[in-house]
Design a protein around this ligand. Structure first.
Ligand SMILES: Nc1ncnc2c1ncn2[C@@H]1O[C@H](COP(=O)(O)OP(=O)(O)OP(=O)(O)O)[C@@H](O)[C@H]1O
Length: 274
């Protein structure tokens, strides 16, 4: 299996404060990796750093992020802009902020396609309808709708359709179900599974919910205070965890407050004999 994403010794800081401490992760083509950790552990910053979407005050102070072997931090603004959307797609918890309130969904999706492809109107229209149908929405009605005319679950489906219509190799889904009720959240996860098997895309999923990590991911990484405590195949990490925090986490089935001393955390790669 070939590696799509490699994060090597990534460190992020704000002024003198280190927020992410030399983390390393790798993700193979077509895999689903879940990063799980309590609030403030560094999940979102890790996801944003891949597409160079960090808040301006957060510095990438060490390490490399490679997509298909290409070091992303060496790209110009124009080059990374071209990769965002087409190679690296994002879905966020706050799907409503993705849409302009006074423009129909069809027009917004059309503008997104125009930014990336020089296709004619008919081909763009066809792609939009197909993308909306792929996420189980009534495309003809949705393209004429304004965002406020759709439910939260429908809008999150539209944001997934927006990301998937560009056929990204890597989809970063940051807590995409946190704002939805339980049944809608499960539907969205099932949808991501189906889209992954249809398109072969690779998924980096960010959550604080162990149930979601357990049920859907091939690989799991447990984050705490800007460090990765353990990572590896989901089953291996969950059944042979070496870290006391992970074991307590499993016993509680919900996130605990991480009490590890920040600077002495060692990243354990479960199942890695090298
Ligand atoms: N712009 C910023 N300036 C300063 N500190 C920041 C900034 N953004 C995030 N942080 C800090 O970095 C740490 C990691 O934040 P991050 O948002 O990545 O956590 P998270 O695990 O995604 O949390 P949550 O689940 O609540 O979204 C936190 O301590 C947070 O307060």
């Amino acid at each position: 299996m070939s590696t799509l994403l490699e994060i090597k010794g990534l460190r992020l800081a704000v002024r003198e404060q280190t927020l992410i401490h030399d983390i390393s992760l790798s993700l193979n083509v077509g895999e689903w990796l879940t990063i799980i950790g309590e609030s403030g552990s560094g999940k979102t910053l890790t996801g944003l750093s891949i597409g160079q979407l960090l808040p301006h005050e957060v510095r990438h102070s060490a390490g490399e992020i490679l997509l298909n072997g290409m070091p992303l931090q060496t790209l110009s603004e124009k080059e990374i802009n071209r990769l965002r959307g087409k190679e690296i797609g994002y879905i966020f918890q706050d799907y409503s902020s993705v849409f302009s309130p006074f423009i129909t969904i069809g027009k917004q999706l059309n503008e997104t396609l125009q930014e990336h492809y020089s296709w004619g109107r008919k081909k763009r229209q066809h792609r939009i309808i197909q993308a909306l149908e792929d996420v189980g929405l009534p495309a003809q009605r949705v393209i004429k709708s304004y965002p406020f005319q759709l439910s939260g679950g429908q809008l999150q489906r539209v944001s997934i359709a927006t990301a998937m219509m560009l056929e990204p190799k890597l989809l970063i889904a940051d807590e995409p179900t946190s704002a939805l009720d339980g049944i809608t959240a499960t539907d969205i996860l099932e949808l991501l599974i189906r889209l992954r098997s249809n398109t072969g895309c690779t998924i980096l999923f960010i959550t604080h919910d162990l149930k979601l990590a357990r049920g859907y991911s091939d690989q799991i990484a447990i984050m705490c205070k800007g460090n990765i405590l353990e990572s590896g195949e989901t089953q291996a990490v969950l059944s042979h965890s070496t870290h006391a925090y992970t074991r307590k986490l499993l016993a509680a089935e919900s996130l605990l407050t991480c009490t590890e001393p920040e600077h002495s955390i060692e990243h354990v790669k479960v199942g890695d004999s090298s």
